[in-house]
Design a protein around this ligand. Structure first.
Ligand code: BGC
Length: 506
C-alpha cells in the first residue's frame, strides 16, 4: 500500500469511528453481548395509594403537606397510581423489549413503623406481585431498597439520617427485603444517590427534612457545613452493615450482587488553568469519591480529609475493614456536566468559599456560552461528552469495577403558554442517542459497563419540582392517568429490537 492509500484507509477508519459517536448511528449491536437495557422508576414517584393497605405517612407525604415546598403544589398521594395499575405498567415495560426494570421498595409500605412495628403483609404482597410478573415476562428486576422515602416516624422519633439509629432501621429494612424478595432479586441497590439526597436535604434544605444554614439557605434549623457529612457517614455505615449481612447470610444461597447508586455529575475545569483543573478533580472527589471511596478503599478521599479536617467523621478500624470492598458494582446516575472554578486562590461566591463545597464554584456557562442545551431542570444541561468522561473517571479511580448506568434521562424545557406537542419528543430521542454513543465509546475504551436504564418509564412526581419536569417515555394524562407513548417510547422499542412488531404500543 502506498502512502496515499494508507492515508485514505486511515481517513475511512476515522470517519467510521466518528460515525459511531454520532447519535444517529448508534445501535444496540454497538454494545457487548449480555449488556442489559432497561427503564428505571422509584416507588414514591409513581405508586400513589397513599395510606392504602397499611402504608404509613412517609417523609415526602409529610413534607408535601405544605404545598409551597413543591413547585407546583403537588404531592405523591396519587402520583401515577402505579399501585393499582402495576400490571398494565409491566405489560408496557415488556412491550418496550427491555431486559431489565429498576424500581424501588416503599419503606413505609413494607415497614410502616420501621423497627418499631410489624412487617406489613400487604406491602410484601405488592412487591411479590411485581417481581413475579416481571420474571414471568423475562424481565430482570433491579431493586433499589431505599430511594429517598422513609417512614415519617423515623424522622419524628430520632431525626432519621442524622442519627446512628437510622442505620439500625435501614439494616432491618434491607434484611426484610433480602428475606422476602431475595430468592428472585439478583441485583440489589442499597441506597439511591446518598450524595444528591444529602445535598438537597441537609445543605440546600430543599428536600425533607429541609435543614440548612446560611449562606446555603435559610432553614429553621440545620448546619450545612457539618450535617451533610454526618448523614452520608450514617448512610455509608448502613450500607456497609447491610452488605455484611447479605454476604454472610444470603449471597451464597440467593446468588445476587449488591451495589449503591451515586449521582454522577461530571465536573470539567472552567478554564485551562491548573487551578480550575484541580477544582474539577476536587469536585469529583467531594461529590463522588465521598460515597465510593469508603465503600471501595475503606476511607474518605484524602482531599476531603485535607480540607475538612475533623469535621469529616472517621471510620474505626473495624468499620473501615467491613466498608472496604463493600460493593459488587457501581450504579451510575448520570445526567449532566458542570464547570468547576477554583475558590482557594480566587474570589468566589459565599458558598464556593466553604470547605463543604470543596472550595469551588460551579457554573453552567463559560464566557457567556452555556455548557449545553437547556432541559426542564435548570442545572441539567445536555452534555453528552460527559458520559464518556464520567465513566473513564470511575474506571480509572476504581480499577474498572463493574458499572451499570442506572439512570439517564431528559426532561423537556418548560415553555409557558405554548402548546407543546409532548408526544413528539424528538429532543429526548436525540439526548438518548447522543448519550448512548458516548457510553458506547467508553465501553470500547475498555470500561466494564454492563447496563443502561432510561429515566424514566412515564412522567412522574419529580420531587420538589412536582409534575412539571417530564422525563417519561410515556406521557401520563394527569386527569385520566392514561399512559400514552411518546415518540421516544417507539424509538427505544425500535432501538432495542429493530424487527419488533409495534402492535403492543400503537
Ligand atoms: C433521582 C430520580 C429523579 C431524577 C430526575 C435522580 O436524581 O434518582 O429520583 O427523578 O434524578 O430528576
Amino acid at each position: 500500500m502506498n502512502d496515499i492509500m494508507i492515508g485514505f484507509v486511515l481517513l475511512l477508519l476515522l470517519v467510521a469511528a466518528q460515525a459511531s459517536i454520532n447519535g444517529d448511528a448508534i445501535e444496540r449491536s454497538d454494545f457487548p453481548d449480555g449488556f442489559l437495557f432497561g427503564v428505571s422508576t422509584s416507588a414514591y414517584q409513581i405508586e400513589g395509594a397513599n395510606l392504602e393497605d397499611g402504608k404509613s405517612v412517609n417523609n415526602w407525604d409529610a413534607f408535601s403537606l405544605s404545598p409551597s415546598n413543591i413547585e407546583d403544589g403537588g404531592n405523591g398521594f396519587v402520583a401515577d397510581d402505579h399501585y393499582h395499575r402495576y400490571l398494565e405498567d409491566i405489560e408496557t415495560i415488556q412491550s418496550l423489549g427491555v431486559d431489565a426494570y429498576r424500581f424501588s421498595i416503599s419503606w413505609a409500605r413494607v415497614l410502616p413503623r420501621g423497627r418499631f412495628g410489624e412487617v406489613n403483609p400487604n406491602g410484601i404482597l405488592f412487591y411479590n406481585k411485581i417481581l413475579d410478573n416481571l420474571l414471568l415476562r423475562g424481565i430482570t428486576p433491579f431493586v433499589t431498597i431505599y430511594h429517598h422515602d422513609f417512614p415519617q416516624e423515623l424522622q419524628d422519633r430520632y431525626g432519621s439520617w442524622l442519627s446512628p439509629l437510622m442505620r439500625e432501621d435501614y439494616v432491618h429494612f434491607a434484611e426484610t427485603c433480602f428475606k422476602n424478595f431475595g430468592d428472585r432479586v439478583k441485583h440489589w441497590i442499597t441506597i439511591n444517590e446518598p450524595n444528591l439526597f444529602t445535598q438537597m436535604a441537609y445543605k440546600n434544605g430543599k428536600y425533607p427534612p429541609a435543614r440548612c444554614s446560611p449562606p446555603f439557605g435559610n432553614c429553621s434549623a440545620g448546619n450545612s457545613d457539618i450535617e451533610p457529612l454526618v448523614v452520608v457517614h450514617n448512610m455509608l455505615l448502613a450500607h456497609g452493615k447491610a452488605m455484611k449481612i447479605y454476604r454472610r447470610d444470603y449471597q451464597q444461597k440467593q446468588g445476587g450482587i449488591v451495589g449503591i447508586v451515586v449521582d454522577c455529575l461530571m465536573y470539567e475545569p472552567l478554564t485551562d488553568n491548573d487551578l480550575d483543573q484541580d477544582a474539577a478533580n476536587r469536585g469529583l472527589a467531594f461529590y463522588i469519591g465521598w460515597v465510593l471511596d469508603p465503600l471501595i478503599f475503606g476511607d474518605y478521599p484524602s482531599e476531603m480529609r485535607q480540607y475538612l479536617g475533623n469535621q469529616l467523621p472517621r471510620f474505626s478500624s473495624s468499620e473501615s475493614n467491613f466498608m472496604k470492598d463493600a460493593i459488587d458494582f457501581i450504579g451510575v446516575n448520570h445526567y449532566t456536566t458542570t464547570y468547576a472554578k477554583d475558590c482557594i486562590h480566587s474570589t468566589c461566591s459565599l458558598t464556593g468559599n466553604r470547605a463543604i463545597n470543596g472550595f469551588l464554584d460551579t457554573t453552567r456557562e463559560r464566557d457567556g456560552i452555556p455548557i449545553g442545551e437547556p432541559t426542564g431542570i435548570e442545572v441539567m444541561r445536555v452534555v453528552p461528552r460527559g458520559t464518556r468522561k464520567m465513566i473513564e473517571y470511575l474506571k480509572k479511580r476504581y480499577d474498572n469495577k463493574p458499572m451499570f448506568v442506572t439512570e439517564n434521562g431528559y426532561s423537556e424545557p418548560l415553555v409557558e403558554n405554548e402548546n407543546q406537542n409532548v408526544l413528539q419528543d424528538n429532543k429526548r430521542v436525540e439526548y438518548h442517542k447522543m448519550y448512548l454513543s458516548s457510553l458506547a465509546q467508553a465501553i470500547s475504551d475498555g470500561a466494564d459497563v454492563r447496563g443502561y436504564f432510561v429515566w424514566t418509564l412515564m412522567d412522574d412526581f419529580e420531587w420538589v419540582h412536582g409534575y412539571l419536569p417530564t422525563f417519561g417515555l410515556y406521557y401520563v394524562d394527569r386527569e385520566t392517568l392514561n399512559r400514552i407513548p411518546k415518540l421516544s417510547a417507539r424509538w427505544y422499542q425500535d432501538f432495542l429490537n429493530p424487527q419488533y412488531v409495534r402492535e403492543y404500543i400503537s
